[in-house]
Design a protein around this ligand. Structure first.
Ligand code: HEC
Length: 308
């Protein structure tokens, strides 16, 4: 006999409370993770809200400028006049050489405008009384370093695998999806997690991979929301969500989808996604052709006969 796991609705109340407590806490965790992303990566291009630019600046860097220039156009903008900032940036672009530090007038501006904060007594910010510390900020802004990517990658892989281990385990006791859809929902976060991590490294190498970061994040979120909602509904709202007035089970939604697909010409024999997509496209073309012959062409004909 095959092993039949218990169903979510049949668990004892204490177990349901445990599962619900875990799912609720993890949902709040997910929410705060999104807020955190908005405040760190979201501000990278100087504007609130997450965009492709933010992701490129965070991983690939803003390579059109140095850290010093980015700051002089950002949070340090009000500390010097436009002309003074221009002089500093000019010197920076010409290679930030020590030999021209004094003659270009940059030394004087830094002493007058910056060293009241950037001095040896300041902690956490660079000390500009030492030329070396200023020089270090005139390198190209290359975004995340390999060291920081390695650190965040392993933290994410371990941490997120654990979260989806339990979300998936709880969801595996559900009964309202077919085995196939359950497998997809449980496997999806792990696939997208790997794609997500890979996409950071790829974006570090080339900015055009930034869209992959967003795609992977969305895939993970969709799987999470789906498993979360089905688990909670089966535990506490089973009769309300899955039974009709007579106490009979509604048809499984996955069966509804499959039968709808069959109606549109996708047969049982069609197993792969590309086969399904092709059948749907053919059906769509036939539908448009039918409508054209039925409505479009006669209307056009009538227009012509009227005008002639
Ligand atoms: C009122 C104090 C103050 C003055 C004046 C000031 N800074 Fe800053 N600076 C800070 C603080 C605080 C930070 C850290 C917070 C941040 O990055 O915005 C900082 C950060 C920086 C950074 C980034 C350092 C890093 O490690 O990433 C640069 C570059 C910089 N300042 C340049 C300047 C220049 C150039 C001037 C003069 C035109 C200047 N600052 C004047 C307070 C000041």
């Amino acid at each position: 006999m095959t092993y039949q796991p218990p169903h979510l609705k049949d668990f004892d109340k204490p177990v349901k409370v445990l599962f619900t407590g875990y799912l609720t806490a993890v949902a709040f965790g997910y929410f705060f993770a999104l807020v955190q992303i908005l405040f760190t990566h979201g501000m990278a291009d100087g504007e609130f809200g997450l965009s492709i630019d933010d992701i490129v600046y965070s991983y690939y860097g803003n390579r059109s400028g140095t850290v010093l220039e980015t700051k002089l156009n950002g949070s340090m903008k009000d500390n010097a006049s436009d002309h003074e900032r221009f002089v500093i940036m000019q010197w920076d672009r010409e290679g930030a050489k020590e030999s021209t530090y004094e003659s270009s007038g940059v030394k004087k501006i830094i002493e007058n405008r910056c060293e009241m904060c950037h001095n040896e007594n300041a902690s956490g910010i660079p000390d500009f009384t030492e030329f070396e510390q200023l020089k270090e900020l005139t390198v190209q802004d290359e975004g995340a370093t390999f060291a920081s990517l390695t650190r965040v990658s392993h933290i994410h892989l371990f941490g997120i695998s654990f979260i989806f281990m339990f979300v998936g385990l709880i969801f595996s006791f559900s009964e309202t999806s077919t085995v196939k859809y359950k497998c997809i929902a449980i496997g999806m976060p792990y696939t997208f997690l790997l794609v997500d991590i890979l996409s950071w490294w790829l974006t570090k190498l080339h900015p055009s991979f930034a869209w992959l970061v967003i795609l992977a994040g969305q895939g993970m979120a969709i799987a999470f929301i789906f498993m979360w909602a089905i688990s909670i509904m089966e535990m506490w709202l089973f009769n309300f969500a899955f039974l009709n007035a007579k106490g009979e089970r509604y048809t499984q939604w996955s069966i509804l989808i499959e039968s709808k697909l069959k109606q549109y010409g996708v047969t049982e024999a069609c197993k792969t996604i590309s086969c399904k997509a092709w059948s749907l496209t053919k059906h769509l073309f036939r539908f448009i052709l039918d409508k054209w012959l039925e409505i479009g062409w006669p209307t056009l004909k009538k227009l012509f006969t009227k005008s002639s």
